[in-house]
Design a binder for this molecule. Structure first.
Ligand SMILES: CC(C)(COP(=O)(O)OP(=O)(O)OC[C@H]1O[C@@H](n2cnc3c(N)ncnc32)[C@H](O)[C@@H]1OP(=O)(O)O)[C@@H](O)C(=O)NCCC(=O)NCCS
Length: 375
């Protein structure tokens, strides 16, 4: 009898040169670099190059990539029309998923399946997903959609679209580091979804669309939004213990806590925690971080579980003034670098994913009863 690995836990589905999640020692590696070595030293654009090409870029390579990303920011008019017409109360993740899927409709080279054409598509999606998110946020508020700018990096441009003005150096740097920390993460659920889709030799727009739909769930990228909702519901530091007691008794999952692979601290969490502490101190609003610290301590003590990437990123984005329902879109914008890199890697050595399932339905032999006689 075959062994069922529920949730595919422990199953090695493929090899990858992109990133390694060492859950036992709490280490995350991007193409040979420890995340602790990268965070704060390199930009998101350098990480994109690292994931797409296996090496950090030279200055010339970075300039070329940056120029290319900026040149691809403009959205097809049909996508802009959709973003302005989409219901204002829609979830941004649903809108982004639909708009990224729409980008495929405007791909004039769709018959070209060469690696070069797919790289071009990777640039196109990576350059546009932040514009899609920013434009939708403006459109739903009834604000105008300014022309895209080419004088800003990815993080700054997204903040510019959200707020209508160039961000401070500190805000840009904070979001850029968050992008770096979220860019890739081994065979996580959304990356796996992207690889499963592209492995059928579907197209890259479809694969990223699958990934976005997978990321939005609260057990994956949606957890960062869940953290803020939880903090709001708890309300104060004094209420944390009693709230957690009740939630644990009701067997609720505490958002931003726990991880399938990390059995020790998620190495991204301390970077985000440090940023959250700094930002909240500067704002003079330390309540969220104090509540977070208490939740983390109780969960460690009671369940032996640690905070994950989403736990502190929520406070970081909140402190930057970013609306809660744009938190998961930020994750998607950053992870597009990893998704597209995995898609290109999958295509370079493709094999269809086709696992088995154990049948537990009724024994075979049932006979069809004519519909008029069925009860
Ligand atoms: C990430 C996550 C989905 C991993 O799930 P998983 O590997 O399937 O682990 P399980 O759900 O089987 O959890 C194992 C045990 O830890 C408990 N646990 C795990 N995460 C928990 C959480 N966030 N809150 C409370 N208990 C949790 C489970 O209840 C279970 O306990 P039990 O054995 O007594 O039943 C899970 O930890 C979770 O739901 N976390 C909250 C959502 C989140 O932050 N997601 C972002 C991940 S980066």
């Amino acid at each position: 009898m075959s062994v069922i690995a529920k949730g595919l836990e422990g199953v090695v589905a493929n090899s990858t040169a992109l990133s390694d999640v060492r859950g036992d020692i709490g280490q995350l590696i991007y193409a040979g670099y420890d995340i602790d070595e990268l965070a704060g030293k390199v930009s998101f654009e350098e990480i994109i190059h690292l994931l797409w090409h296996g090496e950090l870029p030279t200055r010339e390579q970075l300039e070329k990539l940056t120029a290319s990303l900026r040149a691809h920011r403009e959205l097809p008019q049909g996508v802009i029309d959709f973003l302005t017409a989409a219901p204002r109360e829609a979830s941004p993740m649903d809108v982004i998923r639909t708009a990224v899927s729409m980008l495929g409709l405007y791909d004039k080279t769709h018959a070209d399946t060469s690696p070069a054409a797919n790289r071009e598509r990777a640039i196109c999606i990576t350059a546009r997903i932040g514009v899609i998110a920013g434009y939708y946020h403006r459109a739903r508020q009834g604000r105008s959609l300014p022309p895209v700018r080419t004088d800003m990096g990815e993080a700054a441009h997204f903040l510019y679209l959200l707020n209508g003005e160039a961000p401070s150096v500190e805000a840009e740097r904070t979001l850029d580091v968050a992008y770096v920390l979220h860019a890739d993460h081994g065979m996580n659920a959304s990356t796996f979804a992207a690889r499963v889709t592209i492995a059928t030799l579907s197209d890259i727009f479809s694969a990223v669309t699958s990934a976005i739909g997978t990321l939005k769930g609260p057990l994956h990228g949606g957890a960062n939004e869940g953290v803020i909702h939880m903090l709001e519901e708890i309300g104060s530091e004094a209420a944390v213990d009693a709230w957690l007691e009740k939630a644990l008794a009701e067997k609720k999952k505490i958002m931003g806590i726990g991880h399938r692979v990390y059995k020790v601290l998620d190495p991204r969490a301390p970077h985000l925690r440090a940023m959250a502490v700094k930002l909240t101190e500067e704002l003079g609003e330390t309540k969220w971080i104090r509540m977070s610290e208490r939740i983390a301590a109780v969960m460690k003590e009671r369940k032996g579980l640690n905070a994950n990437v989403d736990f502190y990123s929520a406070t970081v984005y909140y402190s930057l003034g970013i609306p809660t329902d744009m938190f998961t879109p930020i994750f998607a914008i950053s992870r597009t670098a990893g998704w597209t890199a995995h898609i290109l890697e999958q295509l370079a050595d493709n094999r269809l994913y086709r696992p088995l399932s154990e049948y537990v339905g009724p024994a075979v032999g049932k006979k069809v009863i004519p519909i008029a006689e069925r009860k």
